[in-house]
Design a protein around this ligand. Structure first.
Ligand code: UDP
Length: 359
């Protein structure tokens, strides 16, 4: 069996690190196309180095463009490669422009699509990711959902067949790499951080970075928290902070502003912090898995189950400090994201004699 995987953004490297290795171990031949959406050392190369992710077979180097131009250029090059490669499946992850570019091309070439992390919905179509998810799910033949809630979201859109609830591959990634993170990461030493003595913040969604007032309110309120905040800054946030002349917040003694960190360093920061402030999808889940209170700077989330169990709260910047102080630790933390065998299930489905796929 031949699979062509199309990826290009940080969270996809984390997911592929475990899935690609599962493909390899089961004899599935994989070709990886890296679109280049995330391209620099800290946002891309380091994940390939640290996580045993096979080097991409093709690198398209397409980035820093508006959505239409980026997706269009990706599609053009992906089409040539798929026509040459003729894979049995195209594998896409999550909800980025690389996801939708791969899915649209594969669908038009009649190559079946497997979508890992299918069925996520924020129900906010102003989020570019929401459009990418919806379209990809409607084109995919094999929908690999991380949770039962995702399965229900697909049903609401009339998608019943081809859906498999396999658990979340990010759970597999944590279980695979957490020991290595503990053994090799130097991040706590490097920034002189004691466990449980700092908060961790990540911000990169346009709804938080692109409006000067909103971004300023977020940074201002981070400086008001009772402990220092480690803030690995995504390139989009960094660019917007500079563009909006907000760099002075980064020299405030309460903010430890650092470049984006490796996944292994991130696991150490997440598992040792007091609480997490974020607008990331993946980080909300990781906070839950590490049983860290999470405060999500958004109006809604596609990871709704983390809200339902009480470990995650949607907050506005001005309420952040109060929300953290008033947080009550829930008594329960059920295994929302599976037991770390999502990759195994995906491979079993792909190699089974009779796969349930969408017509
Ligand atoms: N991450 C990382 N370094 C960082 C920030 C995040 O390795 O400095 C990891 C994080 O642990 C998670 C993934 O990147 O596995 C989440 O990616 P991101 O927040 O960029 O995207 P989203 O999940 O919102 O799509």
């Amino acid at each position: 069996m031949k699979i062509t995987t199309i990826l290009g953004a940080r969270p996809q490297f984390v997911k592929a690190s475990v899935v690609s290795n599962a493909f390899k171990n089961s004899g599935i031949k994989e070709t990886i196309i890296h679109t280049g959406q995330h391209f620099d050392a800290q946002m891309s190369d380091i994940f390939f180095q640290d996580l045993n992710l096979p080097q991409p077979n093709h690198h398209l180097n397409i980035h820093s463009l508006n959505h239409g131009a980026m997706t269009g250029r990706m599609m053009e090059q992906i089409e040539s490669l798929l026509l040459e490669d003729k894979p049995d499946w195209v594998c896409v992850y999550g909800d980025t422009n690389s996801t939708i570019a791969g899915a649209l091309v594969a669908a038009k070439l009649n190559i079946p699509i497997m979508h890992i992390e299918a069925g996520l919905r924020s129900y906010n179509r102003e989020m570019p990711e929401e459009i990418n998810r919806v379209v990809t799910d409607h084109l995919a033949k094999l929908l690999l959902a991380p949770t039962q809630l995702a399965v229900e979201c697909l049903k609401k859109e009339g998608i019943y067949t081809g859906v498999h609830c396999v658990g979340d591959v990010m759970m597999d990634a944590i279980l695979t790499f957490n020991n290595r993170a503990r053994e090799t990461s130097d991040i706590l030493n490097k920034y002189k951080l004691c466990p449980q003595s700092f908060y961790l913040a990540t911000i990169h969604r346009p709804s938080n970075t692109d409006n000067c007032q909103r971004l300023s309110a977020i940074l201002e309120n981070l400086t008001k928290l009772n402990l220092p905040v480690v803030f690995p800054i995504h390139p989009r946030a960094q660019a917007k902070i500079e563009q909006h002349s907000l760099s002075h917040y980064l020299s405030n003694h309460k903010i430890i502003a650092i470049p984006p960190v490796s996944y292994l360093d991130m696991l150490m920061l997440e598992s040792n912090c007091c609480a997490i402030v974020t607008d990331s999808g993946g980080v909300q889940k990781e906070a839950y898995i590490f049983q860290r209170p999470c405060f999500t700077l958004r109006n809604e989330t596609e990871w709704k189950e983390t809200l339902d169990v009480g470990w995650n709260h949607l907050v506005q910047p001005e309420n952040l400090s109060d929300a953290i102080i008033n947080f009550t630790q829930p008594s329960q933390s059920p295994a929302l994201y599976g037991n770390g065998n999502a990759c195994k299930k995906i491979v079993e489905i792909l190699t089974s004699k009779k796969i349930n796929v969408k017509e």
